[in-house]
Design a protein around this ligand. Structure first.
Ligand code: E4P
Length: 217
């Protein structure tokens, strides 16, 4: 399973990328706002760091304008993935840009039917939002399972990019179901290393080591 980092924070991306933990990056208008940076500048900087797909989202609502924005974003770097919302105009944009050979990530997906449409429109990635379904007392993970089954039933090669990942448990569940990619904030990716028994075991080893009076270096 590939790890994308869901942020426009360049320092955080660099830190995780240096560890080999970043297969790609996703951004959205809210994350650009949080970064306080210009979208074209910060996206270029991210593309210079990360060689995998970097999603940059259009903000227009009509297909013609989305296509124009997508083409401009795609000029930033060869690894740009144009991110479009799951609306009819977004699907039209997906079809046009995919036919031009550009990578497209269809975002804000909340149903298997929407995911089916995105695959038929040629999406490289579909982004089902797990956490936001959990927020309204639905099970976001059911959506990942449903899309996995639908795509496998018909051999679609659109990759399932599980988004709105908020917990380490979401990551485990996505890996078990077979999501192709998860995108998560840096804090969630870092938290994957944590386990209370690791901390307790290390504390005991340190205590016992001190009693040996030995040194390695
Ligand atoms: C994905 O592409 C989105 O940017 C993101 O995962 C949304 O997450 P949120 O629901 O925690 O804002």
């Amino acid at each position: 399973m590939k790890f994308f980092v869901d942020t426009a924070d360049v320092a955080a991306i660099k830190e995780l990328n240096d560890l080999g933990m970043v297969d790609g990056v996703t951004t959205n208008p809210s994350l650009i706002l949080k970064s306080g940076r210009d979208i074209l500048e910060v996206t270029k900087e991210i593309c210079d760091i990360v060689s995998g797909p970097v999603s940059a989202e259009v903000v227009a609502l009509t297909a013609d304008e989305m296509i124009a924005e997508g083409r401009k974003l795609a000029e930033i770097a060869p690894n740009i993935t144009v991110k479009v919302p799951l609306t009819w105009d977004g699907l039209k944009t997906c079809k046009v840009l995919s036919d031009e050979g550009k990578m497209v990530n269809v975002t804000l997906c909340f149903s298997a039917n929407q995911a089916l449409l995105a695959a038929k429109a040629g999406a490289t990635f579909i982004s089902p939002f797990v956490g936001r379904l959990d927020d309204i007392n639905m099970d976001g993970m059911d959506l990942i399972s449903d899309i996995r089954q639908v795509y496998d039933n018909y051999g679609f090669d659109t990759q399932i990019l599980a988004a709105s990942i908020r917990t380490v448990n979401h990551v485990t569940q996505c890996a078990l179901i077979g999501a192709d990619v998860i995108t998560a904030p840096p804090a969630v990716i870092k938290a994957l290393a944590n386990h209370p028994l690791t901390d307790a075991g290390l504390a005991q080893f340190m205590k016992d080591w001190a009693k040996t009076g030995q040194k390695i270096l």
